[in-house]
Design a protein around this ligand. Structure first.
Ligand code: 5RP
Length: 228
């Protein structure tokens, strides 16, 4: 039987194998990134690799600890050697939508502190235009979120408050809400990024513009390739 996680594992392992002894890492979030932790834990045991990392979510922090990876807080670092993270969509300019796991704000802070952000995706995440398929996550303060939602809608989307299975609002690690914003494709990601972040009540949005370094793409056959 074929491994349903073959592409994710392949791309995550390829990224984890680029990590060098002594590096301080930005630890991303999501199902693909979990395989990076698996491989890093294995390398720590087998090769005595010494690393530490800043987690981008409480769930990543818990998973990293399970693999014995020492954690750092943002206040303990000036910069990181490398951040590794997944994405929800990536376009030909390597601009991305992130935040499917509600960790976008911390992911952006951590990636911005890193010398390079390595992005790991499978083929399904590569799109010609961002936002035609995946709704853009926007993290907003709970206070006044309805007003914020109206202002966000005026940028040309249909926002919807992200809820749990029991219909409560999803609360991020920062104590905020997420609006998932359905656009009909995002023509100018940089412009929209700046427009959204200028709205009172918006903490950050899931557009990562000009932040990706190397992008590794995994295939179901276990092969990986680097985007040119
Ligand atoms: C979390 C993220 C993730 O990196 C993104 O959602 C990809 O996740 P997955 O690897 O599970 O598809 O941005 O906020």
């Amino acid at each position: 039987m074929t491994d349903p996680n073959a592409a994710k594992r392949a791309v995550a392992y390829a990224a984890a194998d680029l990590v060098k002894d002594g590096m301080r890492l930005g630890l991303g979030s999501g199902s693909t990134f979990l395989f990076v932790l698996e491989r890093l834990g294995e390398r720590m045991r087998n090769e005595s690799l010494r690393i530490s990392g800043v987690p981008t979510s409480t769930s990543t922090a818990a998973a990293a600890q399970k693999h014995g990876i020492p954690l750092l807080g943002m206040v303990e670092i000036d910069w990181l050697d490398l951040a590794i993270d997944g994405a929800d969509e990536i376009d030909p300019h390597k601009h991305m939508i992130k935040g499917g796991g509600a960790a976008l704000a911390r992911e952006k802070i951590v990636a911005a502190a890193a010398k390079e952000m390595i992005v790991i995706v499978d083929e399904s995440k590569i799109v010609p235009v961002l936002g035609a398929r995946f709704p853009l996550p926007v993290e907003v303060l709970a206070f006044g979120w309805k007003q914020t939602e109206r202002a966000v809608a005026a940028t040309g989307c249909i926002p919807s408050l992200r809820r749990t299975a029991s219909k409560d609002p999803v609360v991020t690690d920062n104590g905020n809400y997420i609006l998932d914003c359905k656009f009909d494709g995002i023509a100018d990601p940089k412009r929209l990024h700046d427009q959204l972040n200028a709205i009172p009540g918006v903490l950050d949005n899931g557009l990562f513009v000009g932040m990706a370094g190397r992008v590794i793409v995994g295939n179901t056959d276990g092969k990986v390739r680097f985007l040119p």
